[in-house]
Design a protein around this ligand. Structure first.
Ligand code: HXC
Length: 518
């Protein structure tokens, strides 16, 4: 004889089992066939083992049209809940493509909104795993309203809690704007794509023939558009990368990023730094070699590595402290600042500032990229973004001038004048309005033209300019550079400076908000 209590228990267990099945065996099989994990498998990879607690497993849609009233699947195409990553709390939603193609209904949206409110009220980061056919077509405007409810809360949460978007399948139409507002977008290569209008619409409007992958696949967004911050070859890799990214982030804007024990000394010299920058100022080197030698072993996570590669950005640890690195990359376009590099770095600087992540800038920049393409593209306002972002940042800010610091780019790259706490320069630093030859050509134009051997005269005047200005001492003389340091001393000096700035407080005059040149 079954007691009422047992019957109630059975009912719950049956409903739970039903909810776990999503769209059913066949659809799960088809998901796996595409090389994709299911919504629940993804959560298992992302979160600490058995830490996931589901919220809203029995929510269903309210539609009564197009036969939907006969198909009510618990959860309504999105699995939501909380869990932990490395023991730290996180809220997560995972769209379930096996249920109506993961499409977003009114109730699906409300489940996400509920997480957004929990995130805001409790200062907990939110990670969204996206795999959706977009607005649930049968629900019309209710679905559009749901999207807008999410977008609005994405904006309200910006700068309050970190928001990460992981794209593991389709993300199309207006749906792309939620990830776009969040802080980081990660994509799986080959199985995810993002675009505002798909290949069919593109063909109708512009007559271009393009595949899903070429229009909005992970490669395209990593290399061409800069929409994707990180990509990986499979769902598992992308989710593990998300865990790694999370390890650098604080829970919210009042929290500090998690410090970890540092496996190596912070007071020892790093001899290999002596040899990275070539003596010849025209010769290239990879600034990532400088970064890796400076920071704690294996701690550097480069962000947007394939986009605007003339600037390198990423997270690392120095003596266990999380830092954001911004470095000119002499290996690509001689490390020049252009539109894409300025935007890329500016957004990163603002993220770090919003979430209490100190900034370390490694400078070797010949200036801004000349040309009509840049001018017509708005390098004036785009370069200004980086200037603005550094100037408004109140986190600890350190600069090391490795080699070139020319022209406006000297000012922009976290100079003392715009609020850096400490600026150091290597003996190889050249700090001037422009490169020695260009400078000599302008200021000694008449003398060079009148000389019996103009080439020799140019060489002589170039050498003279180099001797006077292409060094760190003019700037050090005025206190614009706090110390000229040997490359091998840099790690210990940066660590000591960073350690001393842990209680930095810098306030700004009250205002509604600034007006960054967008
Ligand atoms: C309802 C949807 C759906 C949607 C897919 N499905 N998208 N149901 N609303 N938006 C259903 C399908 O009917 C199908 O159901 C199941 O999900 C799986 O879809 P398939 O087409 O079989 O999968 P696949 O071949 O992998 O193709 C995936 C897809 C395609 C490319 C995403 O489904 C597709 O093009 N969907 C429509 C995309 C779209 O136009 N969405 C609206 C965009 S506008 P059954 O029962 O047959 O298995 C938008 C606006 C947002 O989103 C605005 C925000 C402001």
């Amino acid at each position: 004889m079954i007691t009422p209590e047992e019957r109630a228990r059975d009912k719950l267990l049956r409903k739970r089992k039903e909810a776990l099945q999503g769209g059913g065996e066949e659809k799960i099989h088809s998901q796996h066939e595409k090389g994709k994990l299911t919504a629940r498998e993804r959560i298992e990879v992302l979160l600490d083992t058995e830490s996931f607690e589901e919220i809203g497993a029995f929510v269903t849609h309210r539609s009564r049209e197009f036969g939907l009233e006969k198909q009510r699947i618990p959860g309504d195409g999105v699995v939501t809940g909380r869990g932990t990553i490395d023991g730290r709390p996180v809220l997560v939603f995972s769209q379930d493509f096996t249920v109506f193609g993961g499409s977003l209904s009114e109730m699906h949206a409300q489940k996400i909104v509920r997480l957004q409110e929990l995130a805001l009220d409790n200062g907990i980061p939110l990670i969204g795993l996206n795999d959706s056919g977009g607005a649930r077509i049968q629900e019309g405007v209710l679905s559009l309203a749901g999207y807008a409810d999410i977008f609005y809360r994405n904006v309200l949460s910006s700068g309050i809690v970190p928001q990460l978007s992981v794209i593991l399948g389709p993300c199309a139409g207006g749906a792309v704007y939620s990830p776009a507002i969040t802080d980081f977008i990660l994509m799986t290569e080959g199985t995810s794509y993002m675009f505002v209008t798909g290949p069919n619409v593109v063909k109708t409007v512009t007559h271009e023939e393009v595949t899903f992958e070429d229009l909005g696949g992970a490669r395209v967004h990593a290399e061409k558009s800069g929409v994707a911050h990180l990509t990986a070859p499979s769902d598992v890799d992308t989710l593990l990368l998300t865990r790694r990214l999370f390890s650098y982030l604080p829970l919210n804007w009042k929290d500090k990023p998690p410090r970890r024990p540092c496996p190596i000394s912070t007071s020892a010299n790093v001899p290999q730094l002596k040899y990275v920058v070539p003596e010849n100022p025209a010769q290239h080197y990879d600034v990532r070699d400088v970064i890796r030698a400076l920071v704690d072993p294996l701690s550097f996570l480069e962000i947007q590595p394939e986009y605007a590669a003339n600037i390198v950005i990423g997270f690392a640890r120095l003596g266990g402290y999380v830092v954001g690195i911004v470095a000119n990359q002499p290996l690509v376009l001689a490390g020049v600042l252009d539109i894409a590099a300025s935007q890329k770095a500016a957004r990163f600087v603002r993220f770090c500032d919003a979430f209490n992540i100190p900034l370390i800038v490694l400078e070797d920049v010949p200036g801004f990229l000349p040309g009509t393409h840049q001018e017509w593209g708005g390098i004036i306002k785009e370069g200004a973004k980086l200037l603005y972002a550094f100037s408004e940042a109140t986190v600890p800010r350190l600069t090391v001038i490795l080699r070139k610091a020319y022209g406006g780019a000297y000012d922009v790259m976290n100079s003392r004048h715009i609020g850096a706490d400490y600026v150091f320069a290597w003996p190889t630093a050249e700090i001037a309005v422009m490169g020695p030859q260009g400078a000599a050509e302008i200021i000694f134009k008449r003398e060079i033209a009148a000389a019996p051997d103009p080439a020799a005269a140019l060489a002589e005047k170039t050498a003279e300019y180099r001797r006077i200005f292409a060094n760190p001492y003019r700037a050090a003389d005025r206190g614009f550079v706090d110390a000229v340091i040997l490359p091998e001393e840099t790690r210990r000096i940066l660590f000591a400076a960073l350690d001393s700035l842990q209680n930095k407080q810098r306030s700004r005059p009250p205002r509604k908000h600034g007006n960054i040149p967008l």
